[in-house]
Design a protein around this ligand. Structure first.
Ligand code: ZN
Length: 211
């Protein structure tokens, strides 16, 4: 009887969670999977589940886009798509990082399930931008100084004139600040996509601090 009662309670809380996510999804015109993941992130953070998670990341094979956005938001993110599950977990331990995975089977692995390796699940159906917001919400992160989206290296400001031949003409017309990666030499600028993303992350962290 007790078990039945617990199951009924669980059903009710799942139903409440789903209803809240559905409302949000309609009101804000966002995918239901994203709204649900936001709810989950909020609960995990409120429960303190991610409080001590390291703020550097290993991303699984499906998360190359997320790894780039994490670096662009100032966080180190390791991504080697050729590694298998066991190697990814070893790498996470070696780097004392938090694993981000899209793989529910991976989450079932003992070391993740038992919390020996800190890990965050993000749905593979979401865009990298939405995945990034989930990670920010779940770990209560704020945007930092951008790193190279390719390799995570430090970015150094350069004179526009010194890199003029590497800037697309359309960008050169409205942007004056450019950066070069100290590690790989890649040229970067803060385009409209990057600006929109940083504004959204700043809003998300404001929201979480008032929730
Ligand atoms: Zn680089």
């Amino acid at each position: 009887v007790l078990l039945g009662c617990k199951a009924a309670n669980l059903d009710r809380s799942v139903a409440t969670l789903l209803a809240a996510a559905r409302d949000r999804s309609t009101q804000e015109n966002i995918p239901l999977a994203f709204a649900l993941a936001c709810q989950h992130a909020k609960l995990a953070r409120a429960a303190g589940a991610t409080k001590d998670f390291p703020h550097q990341f290993v991303c699984d094979a499906g998360l190359g886009g997320l790894a780039r956005w994490l670096r662009g938001s100032g966080y180190q993110a390791f991504w080697k798509p050729e590694l298998d599950d066991a190697a990814i977990i070893r790498e996470t331990q070696r780097l004392a990082a938090t694993l981000i995975t899209t793989d529910t089977l991976m989450m079932e692995r003992g070391v993740l399930r038992d919390g020996l390796v800190p890990s965050v699940f993000v749905p593979s159906t979401l865009t990298p931008e939405h995945q990034l917001e989930i990670v920010f919400r779940e770990l209560d992160l704020t945007p930092r100084e951008s790193r190279c989206m390719n390799c995570g290296g430090e970015l150094c400001a350069v004179e526009k004139s010194a890199v003029a031949d590497r800037i697309p003409p359309k960008t050169a017309r409205w942007l004056d600040a450019y950066f070069v990666c100290a590690e790989c030499g890649q040229l970067f600028w803060r385009g409209t996509h990057w600006q929109r993303m940083q504004e959204r992350l700043a809003r998300a962290s404001q929201q979480s601090s008032t929730e």
